[in-house]
Every structure is written in C-alpha cells, then in structure tokens.
Design a protein around this ligand. Structure first.
Ligand code: CA
Length: 421
C-alpha cells in the first residue's frame, strides 16, 4: 500500500543482518539486570539503550519530560505523555544512532547507556488494565465453525457484521519466558464428564495492540481516529485448554479454558515503526455499517511463525502465517469496542484473535493444525503432536520486511509445566 520509498538509514551500532531490532524499529520495553532497577529501554541490535541514563546525561534537554519518566517498571506513564512526545523520544534516539552522529557515539557515557540485551531481564512492558480478545480471522472462525458446528454454515450470522470479541483476564497476562502450568478443570472425557488436568492444551497465534490514549465513558472512537489511540503492538500467545473451553463456553463464552495464562513479547513495536508495512484488509461483503467503514488501510504485513520445542529437543516450525489477512482490522476493532460508549484507558490490551491463513500450514493453533486431534502434526526428531505435552516450549516470532528493511517483534516463548497437584 505504502509506496513511498523508505529512507535508508545507517547506524554506528553493530546490528546483525537478521536482527529484528534495526534502526527502523526502536521498540520500547522494560528491563532490569543484576545492577540496574527496572527502567525503560529501546532495543537496537543486541543492545538496549537505557533511556534513563540518556535522560540523566541531558540527551533529552528541551523536551520538557517529567523527572524520572524513564525510571519506571511499566511504560504506562511514558505512553500517557501522548504520541507527540513518544514519537519525539523515539526519533531523538534514532537521530543519536545515525552513523554520522557523534553525540552518543563519542560520549563518555556511551558504555553506561548501551546495555547488553543478553544480560538484561525483560519485564511485562505495561500494566494492563483491561484485556479484550477478538476473533477476527475468517479462516480461523471458519475452521472452528466447521469442527464444532455446521461445516455448511461455519460462520455464525453475526460474524461478518461485527468484530466478535470477549473481555478476558488481564491479571494472568505474563511476559515471554514465564512458564505456564497445565490448567485443571471440567471437561467431557471418553467416559462422560471428568475433572483433571487438561488433555487438549493449545496455543493461539495472535498480535495485540496496546492503547495509548484514554476515552471518557460514553465516548466513541471512529475508525478514522482509531490509530491515535494505538501506541504499539506485541506478539500474543492466547494459551487455550480446548476441552475445558468446549464444556464451559455455552452460553456466556470463554472462561477457565483461557484465563490461566496469556504470554506476550516484551518489546512494544510502535505503530510508527510499522507504517512502511501498512496493508489493505480483505474486501468486506456484505457491506458493514458506516461506523465500521474505513477510509484507509489499517492492516500490516507482518510475517508470523510458530515453533514447538519438545523438552531437550530442537524447535520445529509448525505454522507460517501473516497478520495482513485478518478480516477485521484494528481500527474497526477499536471503533466497535467503543461504539456503545465503553471507555478505554492507557495500557489496555486488545488481541487480534488467532491469525490463521487459508493454507493448512498457516493455521494459528494446534486445534486447527491437528483438526481437533484427528491428525498428528509432525515435528523433527520423530516427535509429533496433536496437543501440547508437558515440557513443550511454544515460540512465536513476527517480523515485517520490505526492500531489505526489517522491523521485527523478537519472540514470545513459554514452556508448559505439569499441572500443580
Ligand atoms: Ca484467542
């Protein structure tokens, strides 16, 4: 969509060719290490720019930032300054990293400012107030409808008229690397109703956006203004217990089959960084109500991959998908979420729903890849899976690439531990 050429930028920082964290990206995150308390950083190559030290050393002079704004254990206060300020901060860092700029490169504080990423622990980037999960992939909704309802009428009558979603649980959203215990619950077993550890544990490949601007109760956000309210995106793994979910979801929707944990990647990729990868959404038919119509493209061409790594073995790629194929885009999701006057706050998280493509290798969950356990998904080393086993690590990666320019998300990973006794 975006045909304007991306200006070529070079940096004095050594950035590996395959790095997600190029000078075009500069995502925000919260990190700490043995010596440093939690603070805000920007990733570049294998390094983190410690924004609190940059600030201390006067690199943000004349920007009127509140004192200590970067010495925080979440991005919420920074994001609350508004897009004008956060854009300026990111652009200032980009300028400092340009190959011809000696301000930081030749500064005595450079060593303190540049933290090695491997030596840092990444924390949850935002305090998440509310979490909503959409269901916006037509391929995913169709697959699920075929499996559990009527193959001839896989989509429910409302699906093409509104972006279906539900309110999830914010407290159990954790940062990449956090281990997840297999959940226990009620489900229908082969001998009738059973209680125990889930036998159908699954992942869901999603992207989530984080809101950066609040609204008042009663107000609505239009599709035209929606992006003003979106700070950035993370990878999102919506862990799902299919057996618990199948028994409990009628009539009020997902509950314990979902709220035992969701994992996100630690680096928040800003909307500005994704701009060159803007992409049109699929044509919507039937026509949607005016409040859901869009004047411009609001999807993004982001390649997505899922790997399963059995304990002590190699990871195997099980899914290759893309965000741009989603039927409902982020502007429509936000417009629909607020059309009734529901208010949003800084730090709300809105996940896309499972991102499945049209081919069998692009399905974003094991439920679809194994067709609810009807066939095994082949992994390397002779392993195969219908659903996740204890010890499995699920790794999701995402990156956008155009004309050799790469903006990536890094990864979100999580290992499954046995159910707690
Ligand atoms: Ca989901």
């Amino acid at each position: 969509m975006s045909d304007s050429p991306i200006p070529i930028l070079s940096t004095w920082v050594e950035v590996p060719k395959t790095s997600d964290f190029t000078i075009y990206n500069l995502p925000f995150g919260i990190f700490k290490n043995k010596k440093l308390s939690p603070r805000i950083g920007i990733a570049i190559g294998d390094k983190i720019i410690d924004l609190s030290i940059l600030d201390q050393e006067g690199f943000f002079a004349n920007m009127f930032l509140p004192e200590g704004i970067f010495v925080k254990d979440s991005l919420n206060e920074l994001i609350s300054l508004g897009k004008v300020q956060t854009k300026k901060i990111r652009e200032r860092v980009q300028t400092l990293l340009l190959v011809d700029n000696g301000e930081l490169r030749d500064h005595s504080a450079r060593g303190k400012v540049m933290v090695t990423r491997k030596e840092a622990e990444m924390l949850l980037p935002v305090k998440i107030g509310d979490y909503t999960d959409f269901y916006s992939s037509i391929e995913h909704a169709t697959n699920v409808g075929k499996m559990f309802r009527d193959p001839e009428n896989a989509l429910l009558p409302n699906w093409k008229h509104l972006p279906v979603g539900y309110h999830g649980r914010a407290s159990s959203i954790v940062v990449s690397g956090t281990q997840i215990h297999r959940p226990k619950g009620q489900f229908k077993g082969s001998d009738g109703l059973d209680f125990g550890s889930s036998q159908k544990l699954d992942f869901e490949l999603e992207l989530a956006f984080i809101t950066g601007k609040p609204t008042k109760l009663g107000d609505s956000v239009s599709t035209e203004d929606a992006e003003e309210y979106i700070f950035g995106f993370v990878l999102f793994n919506d862990w799902s217990a299919r057996d618990i979910q199948a028994w409990e979801y009628v009539p009020l929707g997902p509950f314990l089959g979902k709220n035992f944990g969701s994992s996100i990647s630690p680096w928040v990729v800003t909307l500005e960084a994704l701009e060159p990868f803007r992409s049109a959404s699929p044509l919507q038919e039937p026509e949607v109500f005016p409040y859901l119509k869009c004047q411009k493209a609001h999807s993004f061409d982001v390649n997505l991959e899922v790997f399963i790594q059995p304990d002590g073995k190699k990871p195997s790629k099980v899914c290759t998908s893309n965000f741009k194929s989603m039927y409902w885009n982020v502007a429509q999701q936000l417009a629909h979420h607020t059309v009734n006057g529901c208010n949003i706050n800084v730090g709300d998280m809105m996940a896309s729903g499972t991102i499945s493509g049209s081919t069998e290798d692009s399905f974003g969950s094991l439920l679809e890849l194994s067709w609810n356990g009807a066939k095994a998904v082949k992994l390397e080393d002779g392993e195969e899976r219908k659903f996740l086993e204890d010890g499995d690590t699920v790794i999701m990666k995402g990156f956008a690439e155009k004309n050799g320019i790469r903006v990536g998300f890094g990864e979100v990973s999580g290992q499954i531990l046995p159910a707690k006794s």
